[in-house]
Design a protein around this ligand. Structure first.
Ligand SMILES: Cc1cc2nc3c(=O)[nH]c(=O)nc-3n(C[C@H](O)[C@H](O)[C@H](O)COP(=O)(O)O)c2cc1C
Ligand SMILES: CCCCCCC(=O)C(=O)O
Length: 383
């Protein structure tokens, strides 16, 4: 497949023949297309980016223990998440401001997710309104809504009710971001959303970057906006409050410890997403694949556990499922797919992961997801 799309991050139309075979090919291509503001925002992590790097590296520290001669002529990669069918266990994670990657942004992503019969989690900070995304993905498109809890509880309630009315099937509350971490690329770029785009679910907008001499000290527009509007005083009471507002399942995203997993179950969530926000919040936390086992063990099967962070190939998906994840979510690769070629680019990213995952299952002797067991992986420290 060749790239041919209009890339909003650069403002240029591109029509190029660049072949892509794996997810890092998309990343390399996206880097050539996006401007510094968008590339910096999408690709970077917090502080020294220790966790950002470790999310990918940690997968390599787990090795596979495949079984042979299992008749893998028929392999089924389908699964169900919160009772809904998906055609393979890779879903689209919440990433803000997708129209910087491609003019079609979240519309392209939701159509790709629908075509590939998987779930899309829409960010609260989408550059297309949650209603427009619902309209574009239609009834058959499985969508979850990611929620940031604002100080303004009326505004937050309204978002939840809008998502419910628009056919989203779950509310995912992000709990690892009481404040935005220090993101050097955004500070250096004085990150701001290009003026032709806006946070489409809200009236209040990110401030435009100011070119005064003290703006670098203030950091990016993201820091200023979140400091003023998000609720840093949030506790588990906030989760109880959200559960009281909606009949939809409520999940928490950003859990990394057994202690918090137990709290989450106690507060009645229906799912947990083991996540460190793609290394964009507290730098130095565990890679998510390293945190997964303790969370899975702590919840004792009471709720579904998902993970995201650093998933870049089919064997990563296999390892995460072997360690107890119900499915995985991908963040940045979707943005690279958008920059490559809008909807088709995102579809291709998902197809590549699905095909790599299926091949990895066959080579491991697994015919369906139930056959992917913990004994399939071993940590290199135990070899
Ligand atoms: C550019 C970008 C924007 C993001 N925006 C959100 C967001 O709005 N809400 C949220 O809960 N997580 C957000 N995340 C975190 C992702 O949902 C996810 O946890 C992370 O990207 C997974 O790691 P990966 O990029 O290595 O796949 C964002 C991540 C990126 C890279
Ligand atoms: C308090 C964190 C707000 C960041 C919003 C978008 C996002 O999640 C990200 O950039 O990462």
């Amino acid at each position: 497949m060749a790239a041919a799309g209009r890339c909003a991050g650069s403002g240029q139309s591109v029509a190029r023949s660049v072949a892509v075979f794996c997810l890092s090919d998309f990343e390399k291509y996206a880097r050539t297309q996006l401007n510094g503001n968008a590339w910096g925002y999408y690709s970077s992590g917090a502080d020294q980016e220790l966790t950002l790097k470790d999310n990918e590296e940690a997968f390599r520290r787990y090795r596979l223990r495949p079984r042979m001669l299992k008749d893998v002529s028929k392999v089924d990669v389908k699964t169900r998440i919160l009772g809904q069918d998906v055609s393979f266990p890779v879903c689209v994670g919440a990433t803000a401001m997708q129209r910087m990657a491609h003019t079609d942004g979240e519309i392209a992503t939701c159509r790709a997710a629908r075509k590939m019969e998987t779930c899309m989690m829409l960010s609260s900070w989408s550059t297309t309104s949650l209603e427009e995304v619902a309209g574009a993905s239609g009834e058959s498109g499985l969508r979850w809504f990611q929620l940031y809890i604002y100080r303004d509880r009326d505004l937050t309630r309204n978002l939840v009710l809008r998502a419910e009315r628009s056919g989203y099937k779950a509310i995912v509350v992000t709990v690892d971001a009481p404040v935005v971490a220090k993101r050097l690329a955004d500070a250096r770029n004085r990150f701001s959303l290009p003026p032709h785009l806006h946070l489409a679910n809200f009236d209040t907008q990110l401030p435009q970057s100011s070119l005064t001499s003290d703006s670098a000290l203030e950091g990016s527009s993201l820091e200023r906006y979140t400091r003023d509007l998000l609720d840093a005083s949030l506790t588990w009471e906030g989760i109880d409050w959200i559960r009281g507002l909606t009949g939809l399942p409520v999940l928490v995203k950003g859990i990394l410890t057994a202690e918090d997993a137990v709290e989450a179950v106690r507060h009645g969530v229906q799912g947990i997403i083991v996540s460190n926000h793609g290394g964009r919040q507290l730098d130095g936390v565990l890679a998510t694949i390293d945190a997964l086992s303790e969370v899975v063990k702590a919840v004792e099967g009471q709720v579904e556990v998902y993970m995201d962070g650093g998933v870049r190939q089919g064997t990563d998906v296999l390892k995460a499922l072997a360690m107890g994840a119900r499915a995985v979510f991908i963040g940045r690769p979707v943005l690279w797919g958008l920059a490559y070629n809008g909807q088709e680019g995102v579809e291709r990213v998902l197809q590549i992961l699905r095909d790599e995952f299926k091949t990895a299952m066959m080579l491991s002797g697994c015919r369906n997801l139930a056959e992917i067991q913990p004994s399939l992986v071993v940590h290199q420290s135990k070899i």
